[in-house]
Design a protein around this ligand. Structure first.
Ligand code: UDP
Ligand code: MG
Length: 347
């Protein structure tokens, strides 16, 4: 692997066509605290899948520029039962980019995405694999069984977001679905073909279609540390998702402009009638100010909405890679030692 990211998708390199089996992709940002125990739990899953189904596994840890010991701990994790890849990105690029890096580097056909904080129970993996292998589903996604513990504004924000993003969409993005999901080899191959830089993984994994299956689960508490999401990063991700998947905000702008124009026309006609038929003098100042503020505010808002889309076009045209790899270690289960060819020390 190149010292600085190679981003070309696997499909472009026939010699590297995925091997059969399952790649478990784990994005990590400051997850040193629970990493060893998570690895032990994933190893147990790999052991069970190998014994019961003959399914070979690998785990791909993507260290997204952590500031703690995540990377050094990840490098020492044993590869007794499955191959272990550790990819460290050159800085913190965000979870979506980390998932993308995992997608590009996974070497086995089927993919499973799982958070590194222990909130996605490895014990559920067997169920997800069952839906893939026994029932023939291609995308097995998980959704929070209940959201009662979330605040009302957050739940309402979520509802509004999905209503907007799914408005007149052919392929609806399921509400409550998380990033904990399994993709069959053909679904993973489809996901790899999507060229966009602005990634909204939940949306993309749903957009590709195939046979999708929902599994409800109760996320565990975070084992350590705290969530990296806050109101502003959530709003950022929502804007990312909306502008990636829907032109509803632009249509909304046109509709609003149309409504404003119609009401202004009616209002104007009414004023003319008042002046010429009823001979009353129309109070000008307050209605003028209100009208100006409404129209001014709406225009600014809609210019902002258009700006979001234009910004997205700009970043797609620049075509920068979504991440850079600083180091990449591969430990094969059979050798249980780092293969020197795969090491890419950064000078
Ligand atoms: N994460 C990441 N890069 C970031 C932020 C988060 O790779 O910049 C990882 C994080 O380590 C975890 C997963 O993404 O494995 C989910 O993050 P978090 O637990 O903060 O989100 P939540 O579960 O609260 O949605
Ligand atoms: Mg979490």
């Amino acid at each position: 692997m190149n010292a600085i990211a190679s981003r070309e998708p696997m499909m472009a390199r026939p010699s590297l066509l995925p091997e059969p089996g399952l790649s478990i992709i784990v994005p990590m940002y400051n997850e040193a605290g629970g990493l060893a125990s998570l690895h032990a739990r994933i190893e147990e899953v790999a052991r069970v899948l190998k014994a019961k189904r003959g399914l070979a596994c690998e785990v791909v840890y993507v260290d997204d520029g952590s500031r703690d010991a995540t990377l050094s701990i990840a490098r020492t994790l044993p590869a007794d039962l499955m191959d272990v890849q550790v990819i460290s990105l050159s800085r913190n690029f965000g979870k979506e980019a980390a998932l993308h890096a995992g997608l590009d580097h996974a070497r086995r056909g089927a993919l499973l995405f799982m958070d590194g904080d222990g909130q996605h129970p490895p014990t559920l993996v067997e169920t997800l694999v069952g839906h893939w292998l026994d029932d023939g589903f291609d995308v097995v996604y998980t959704a929070k069984a209940n959201r009662e513990n979330e605040s009302l504004p957050r739940r309402m924000g979520g509802k509004a977001f999905y209503a907007l993003i799914n408005w007149r969409a052919r392929q609806k993005i399921p509400e409550d679905a998380g990033d904990f999901r399994l993709l069959s080899p053909r679904a993973a191959a489809a996901l790899r073909q999507l060229p966009e830089r602005n990634r909204f993984f939940k949306g993309l994994a749903s957009w590709i279609g195939f046979r999708q299956k929902r599994v409800d689960y109760e996320p565990a508490e975070r084992e350590h540390g705290q969530t990296s999401w806050n109101l502003s990063t959530l709003i950022g991700l929502s804007i990312e998702g909306l502008t990636s998947f829907s032109v509803a905000p632009l249509r909304f702008a046109s509709l609003l402009g149309f409504l404003l124009a119609v009401s202004a026309l009616l209002f104007g006609a009414w004023m003319l009638i008042e002046a010429f038929v009823f001979r009353t003098s129309v109070p000008g100042y307050p209605s003028l100010i209100v009208g100006l503020m409404v129209i001014g505010g709406m225009q600014l808002l809609m210019i902002g909405v258009m700006g979001e889309y234009i910004g997205k076009i700009l970043s797609e045209i620049k075509a920068r890679p979504t991440y850079f790899v600083a180091e990449h270690d591969v430990k094969l289960a059979s050798q249980s030692a780092a293969t020197p060819a795969a090491q890419a020390p950064n000078p």
